[in-house]
Design a protein around this ligand. Sequence first.
Ligand SMILES: Nc1ncnc2c1ncn2[C@@H]1O[C@H](COP(=O)(O)OP(=O)(O)O)[C@@H](O)[C@H]1O
Ligand SMILES: [Mg+2]
Length: 376
Amino acid sequence: MGKEFVIACKRLGQYVVACDKYDNAPAMQVADERRVFSMLDGDALMQVVNEVKPDVIVPEIEAIRTEKLYECERNGIRVVPSAKAVNYTMNRKAIRELAHTELGLKTANYRYAKTFDEFRQAADEIGYPFIVKPLMSSSGHGQSKVDTPDQLLTAWNCAAEGARGDIAEVIVEQFIPFDYEITLLTVTQKDAPTLFCAPIGHVQKGGDYRESFQPRAMKPEHLQAAQEMAAKVTAALTGQGIWGVEFFVSEKEGVIFSELSPRPHDTGMVTLAGTQNLNEFELHARAVLHLPIPEITQERQGASAVILSGVETHDPQYTGMADVTAAQRTYLRIFGKPEAHVGRRMGVVVCWDTLDTDQTQLRDKCKSLAAKVSVK
Ligand SMILES: Nc1ncnc2c1ncn2[C@@H]1O[C@H](COP(=O)(O)OP(=O)(O)O)[C@@H](O)[C@H]1O
Ligand SMILES: [Mg+2]
């Protein structure tokens, strides 16, 4: 996703320095310069900032010593969308307290726990089944669904292993038996109205996204509720850029806020199929650069499906690429990650068709094409 954002910036003539903890990260392959260091190391981060002297810092991942970004902002460097947004969203507790307690958005019932005893107590209060997640984690790391008390210990250990950063605390969330879930890509602009993309439906496995599609049909009142919540939470977090605001939708319970990312969203890669006049990376680039976005239009239906590695290798090779590119109305994106790990996302297939096309068929086509690519 960093690579696609860099491409969008390069198309607008920007000079980009890509940073990551490993060399030859996809974004570095298309950027002007690269810096390799741990962004969790505050001193190393500030050293690079002082050296590069960027006009804008665009965090693309959560594993950053984000407190330091307040300091950058105080020194006149713009942080996207804002240091506040980046700090709040990297900690599930901060964002949940803002969304639920301060702004009154509807969420799943939840508790926090720092020890196994607190965890057991939280489980009793929330009831089974529930979902447990480390406060600092992403892509399903450390997350599990707990159906019965005998699974408590395994889930607790899994959360401890999957946590990133230095907070050993978990959130225990009531399991929502939603009918479907969506990402509402929301664009906040400088001195211009907040814009919304058509809802993106997605399917997750083990807390990690497998496929997405756009537009996800929704009842108008549900869409409106989601847009109102997205506008509220992004306004409170302040700044300009694209946000992936996640909701659960239940015909019975309505729309429930889940979480949000202050950056392009993985499920939003479906926009690479040309579903909109501007894809999510182009929208982000414009919002970040304070360039106007006159409107967001839905041009096509789209589907995306991920290509996961089944192997560990330092020299990933891909088979089945020709099967994908032989298909009509289909694009293949291989990220170019220098190493593959079991379960690591290495690419994505996106398919598109006309707005009146059968969505189930489009999704099935996309999934079966993605399944043809394997990493050797
Ligand atoms: N309370 C919940 N009830 C039901 N499903 C959930 C709940 N919380 C998370 N999930 C499922 O797990 C996925 C990942 O959870 P999320 O909170 O978005 O974590 P991440 O930050 O890793 O994306 C969600 O998209 C959803 O499919
Ligand atoms: Mg999520």
